[in-house]
Design a protein around this ligand. Structure first.
Ligand SMILES: Nc1ncnc2c1ncn2[C@@H]1O[C@H](COP(=O)(O)OP(=O)(O)OP(=O)(O)O)[C@@H](O)[C@H]1O
Ligand SMILES: [Mg+2]
Length: 480
């Protein structure tokens, strides 16, 4: 039978669930970062392409117009001549449209060490990356950043290196268009060389936003997991309840089996107790018959014999009464004296014990009262004493003895049963209380005696049973 510990299962499921939630959280975060990275790389590539377009196609057209005199020489308008400006504006527009469609908003920056527009100045971190790109140490850069307590996903790619066409605006101020100088001054963004790497394009995407954009998927997943876990737990609970029922039925069966065994024991005892009076009765009858055949049966003699017979019958009837209690079951709880229970136990077993020359001593130091099922307690004592008897006989102990003590200690009501059968060599000793544990050969022991005893004492009669070895033998202690 599948044994289930409901509490441990519940704790296990909760821990598993928490681990799963953590796992899914990580999973979605990774998934989203992966998506974001792809998206960011696409944006960066588009950016590069636009810059290329401006440098390689748009600018030559405008310079040509100037050359042909269709445009004046000092014309400068960043809207068509600054790739940085153009890209930035396109980005702003794109980012705004993304935001409107509830996509992930991102932060675009062109980071340069010698920027024309101070907004584009590279910070320490960006400068470091730019240096690495300049020295061709890396081709692409991405990482997770923490800024003002918030996590960002950061990607950087280099811009195109300076071309001759860039030199008009980025070499010396004297060749630059006057309108450009007027707009930005003659300091920033000059003295660049062809082949130099001016800047990196960086994109920063806040991760918390990323996760929240996938939060719905995440919530649905953990909700489904929760439902699965709950169903699983209900399933376990049903099995657990079924097990409990089965266990209860099994225990009842064992109880009855054990009772039957005890009943067999008692019938043996009754038979033993009755042998003597039956023999007496038969003797009385023979005597009456003899006297009658000899014509010596006077009325007074007959009366005498009848009263003798009645005395024997009364004794037999009393014996039956003593035992009868034990057979009745389903009685309500009652108050009883421990002494009565011990005496009844003794009566039940005296015949067998006498036959085997086992001395049973009883020491009632305190006769306390208990509320419960006295018959069951008798059954428990019988089981313990029978085991002691078995051990004493099996080990052929000289002077075999069993001692029952009852006393009160620290307001605990205690019964001890000890023997001198040299003890129980089972490790751990509590194993003897397990069902079907026996060291006796098949037929002579089923191994349910002490299991039943423990059930009777602990489940039905609010007691506690324990066992230990003394150097002479086993000591069972029952505390009520
Ligand atoms: N007083 C004792 N001295 C030595 N061993 C004992 C004593 N009491 C119990 N045992 C050991 O504990 C085992 C379990 O006892 P239990 O009464 O449960 O089963 P059993 O006597 O073997 O079988 P059953 O009582 O069902 O006929 C015994 O087989 C025996 O080995
Ligand atoms: Mg037994």
């Amino acid at each position: 039978m599948l044994k289930i510990n409901l509490k441990i299962s519940a704790i296990f499921l909760v821990v598993l669930y928490v681990i799963m939630v953590g796992f899914f959280y990580n999973f979605y975060q990774h998934l989203v970062i992966k998506d974001a990275k792809q998206e960011v790389v696409n944006i960066l590539n588009t950016t590069k392409t636009i810059r290329n377009y401006v440098e390689n196609i748009q600018k030559p057209v405008i310079y040509n117009l100037e050359k042909e005199g269709k445009l004046y020489k000092d014309f400068f308008d960043p809207r068509i001549l600054s790739s940085t400006y153009i890209v930035k504006t396109i980005h702003q527009m794109y980012s705004d449209s993304l935001k409107m469609e509830h996509h992930i908003p991102y932060k675009y920056k062109l980071a340069a060490t010698n920027p024309r527009n101070p907004q584009n100045r590279a910070d320490k971190f960006e400068k470091k990356i730019l240096e690495k790109f300049r020295k061709n140490k890396i081709k692409e850069f991405s990482t997770i950043l923490k800024e003002k307590g918030k996590n960002y996903f950061f990607v950087a790619v280099p811009t195109e290196r300076n071309k001759p066409s860039c030199m008009r605006c980025h070499s010396t101020p004297d060749v630059a268009p006057k309108e450009l100088i007027k707009r930005y001054g003659d300091k920033a963004g000059f003295y660049e060389k062809v082949g130099d790497l001016r800047a990196i394009i960086s994109l920063k995407v806040p991760i918390s936003h990323i996760v929240s954009s996938h939060i719905k998927d995440f919530l649905i997943t953990i909700f489904i997991a929760l439902v699965v876990f709950i169903i699983f737990f209900i399933f376990l609970y049903i099995i657990y309840k079924k097990n409990l029922k089965l266990q209860a039925r099994k225990d009842l069966l064992l109880l009855n089996q054990n009772k039957l065994a005890s009943m067999g024991e008692m019938i043996g005892n009754i038979a033993h107790q009755w042998k003597q009076p039956l023999a007496q009765l038969s003797f009385i009858l023979v005597n009456i018959e003899l006297n009658s055949s000899r014509g010596k049966l006077t009325e007074s003699k007959l009366k005498e014999k009848i009263s003798e017979a009645n005395a024997q019958i009364a004794f037999m009837s009393n014996t039956i009464d003593d035992f009868r209690n034990f057979f009745s079951s389903g009685k309500p709880q009652e108050e009883y004296a421990i002494k009565d229970v011990v005496i009844l136990t003794e009566q039940l077993l005296s015949a067998t014990l006498e036959k085997n020359k086992i001395e049973l001593s009883i020491d009632i130091k305190n006769n306390f009262y208990l509320v419960g099922y006295p018959n069951e307690i008798v059954q428990a004592f019988v089981n313990i004493i029978n085991n002691a008897k078995d051990a004493l006989l099996e080990r052929e102990i000289q002077n075999p003895q069993i001692l029952i003590k009852t006393f009160v200690k620290n307001s605990n009501k205690i019964v001890t049963i000890q023997d001198n059968a040299e003890g129980i060599n089972i490790e751990p000793i509590d194993k003897i209380f397990e069902p079907y544990f026996t060291t006796k050969f098949s037929n002579s022991g089923t191994g349910i005696g002490l299991y039943m005893t423990k059930m009777i004492v602990e489940k039905n009669n609010a007691g506690k049973i324990s066992v230990k070895n003394l150097h002479t033998g086993a000591l069972f202690t029952i505390i009520f």
